[in-house]
Write a protein that binds this ligand. Sequence first.
Ligand SMILES: Nc1ncnc2c1ncn2[C@@H]1O[C@H](COP(=O)(O)OP(=O)(O)OP(=O)(O)O)[C@@H](O)[C@H]1O
Length: 332
Amino acid sequence: MAGTANVIEVEELRRTYAGGFEAVSGISFSVARGELFALLGTNGAGKTSTVELLEGLAPPSGGSVRVLGHDPYTERAAVRPRTGVMLQEGGFPAELTVAETVRMWAGCTSGRLEGTRRSRSVRGGGRVTGGPVDEALELVDLGRRSGVRVKQLSGGEKRRLDLALALLSQPEVLFLDEPTTGLDAQGRRDTWELVRALRDGGTTVLLTTHYLEEAEALAERLAILHEGRIAASGRVDEVVAAQPSHIAFELPDGYHLGDLPPLDRLGVSSHETSGRTVRLKTNALQQAATGLLLWARDSGVELRGLDVRSASLEEAFMKIAQDQRREEETVR
Ligand SMILES: Nc1ncnc2c1ncn2[C@@H]1O[C@H](COP(=O)(O)OP(=O)(O)OP(=O)(O)O)[C@@H](O)[C@H]1O
């Protein structure tokens, strides 16, 4: 079925910079049509280096990239008009107004605008007369700022202008490199809503972000990069489920840890106590929570301060980064 074909295919991808530093060391992943895929990683993990290869800005040093079935570097003309790119830093001419910036960009991508659903007239004798330019600005809530010079925009507004440019050609594939950096909470939520609407409309989105709650809120699947390699990947719930869940409670008065059912029988992998507070980690949350609650009922006690929760993506991310560092130290 054409609708389910992978739009992005990355195999054993490598990128080595001049001087010999390998920033991307043989990574593989794919993104299906209409899917939102997040690339996460610590600073310097290789996210931007990867995204630039997907955008066709440089050739890989090894492995392969296909976007919409083409090599984005050698077949740039076939790929570029069908993709939208929001780089980490836009770099607009400061003296142009918002509308002039978008119009200039529309000029660069004009071939694609003709015949799209939105196109009425992009350039009516040099004037913006509605259509894609206005619509892109409205989408990112910059319609009212169209006459303002770029240098007068706030950091968050510049990010939204970046996004407007990426959306201008109604791309099939959207690359968003840290799209909400510098946005306030409302701006971030608005951007999420827009990105969700684009995805629901069939746009394939590859997102890099430092905000784990952003990946959790938007992505169907993700990969966590660490020093140029994929340290974990899969559906968000799978990556999170691989990490232990937590149970915390206060030991009832007169009871000791040894009075609880044997922790290994409850499926508890580790525990710690601080005063009367007990913290357990388990990969069998239901078994452990049920065992504890049955014990409390049968003992006629209340587990005060009971807190039972799965790991968050943030915890999964921290743990994966920590494990990787430990592994590297052992190897050294
Ligand atoms: N032009 C370059 N020449 C040499 N090394 C580079 C170059 N660009 C990036 N690097 C190095 O490659 C590694 C990966 O950088 P990259 O920008 O891809 O990481 P990132 O995951 O996007 O980081 P961040 O989250 O900080 O944006 C870093 O160690 C960086 O210093």
